[in-house]
Design a protein around this ligand. Structure first.
Ligand SMILES: CC(C)(COP(=O)(O)OP(=O)(O)OC[C@H]1O[C@@H](n2cnc3c(N)ncnc32)[C@H](O)[C@@H]1OP(=O)(O)O)[C@@H](O)C(=O)NCCC(=O)NCCS
Length: 179
């Protein structure tokens, strides 16, 4: 994954009905660590990382880069949405040239089941459409990840292909503001 590229960053905080999408801040550090240390969150993402290692390695203000939104509910971070450039060597392509913009989403388990991820991702995709008009967005998720598969469909991603990677079947989909 590489950074998204030339977009105006950070944007003004994006407000939805219940949430705010904003740049990450120092107060989000514990939530960032939890997202990476949680066995539940990491079930389909290669497993949890050791908490003590994360405590040592996580910077004071984690996640500050173009394309990374902290999702805030009532002043606390509940999840992260990312747009990155998908590496050319990875399987999954929608056109000959590489470097598709790829959406990622991880939310704390206590925030699942309320529609927050769907609400935040829809707002993030609207931001993306303004920032890079006409560009499609891709998404890759394990087919076994039911919640993620449902979210991808709800957001309007459509299947391009399925393939095996990291010992699991992956679903590769695309979204475009035009459709
Ligand atoms: C993938 C993930 C973000 C999905 O979260 P989620 O909360 O299930 O997704 P949504 O925001 O779409 O919420 C949907 C649920 O909220 C419920 N809901 C409750 N109130 C709602 C409301 N006001 N509006 C919409 N949905 C609502 C829906 O009925 C649905 O429940 P169900 O799953 O029991 O059917 C979350 O499971 C996660 O972070 N997983 C770990 C990280 C991961 O695997 N990421 C994928 C990497 S590719």
């Amino acid at each position: 994954m590489t950074e998204l590229g030339p977009v105006a960053w950070p944007p003004a905080p994006i407000r939805t009905e219940r949430l705010v999408l904003r740049e990450s801040e120092a107060r989000d550090r514990a939530a960032f660590i939890e997202l990476l240390a949680s066995p539940e969150v990491r079930t389909y993402l290669g497993g949890p990382r050791p908490r003590d290692e994360l405590e040592r390695a996580t910077p004071a203000v984690p996640g500050r880069r173009p394309g990374l939104f902290a999702v805030d509910l009532d002043g606390a971070m509940i999840g992260v949405i990312t747009f990155d450039r998908r590496g050319a060597e990875r399987p999954g392509h929608i056109r000959a040239e590489a470097g598709h913009a790829e959406l990622g989403y991880t939310f704390l388990p206590e925030a699942w089941g309320h529609g927050y991820a769907a609400e935040a991702c829809a707002a993030a995709l609207a931001w993306f459409t303004n920032a890079l008009p006409g560009e499609p967005v891709v998404l890759c998720t394990q087919t076994a990840n039911d919640r993620s598969m449902r979210l991808a469909a709800k957001l309007g991603f459509t299947e391009v292909e399925r393939f095996e990677e990291w010992g699991a079947q992956q679903w590769f989909g695309v979204w475009s503001s035009a459709t």
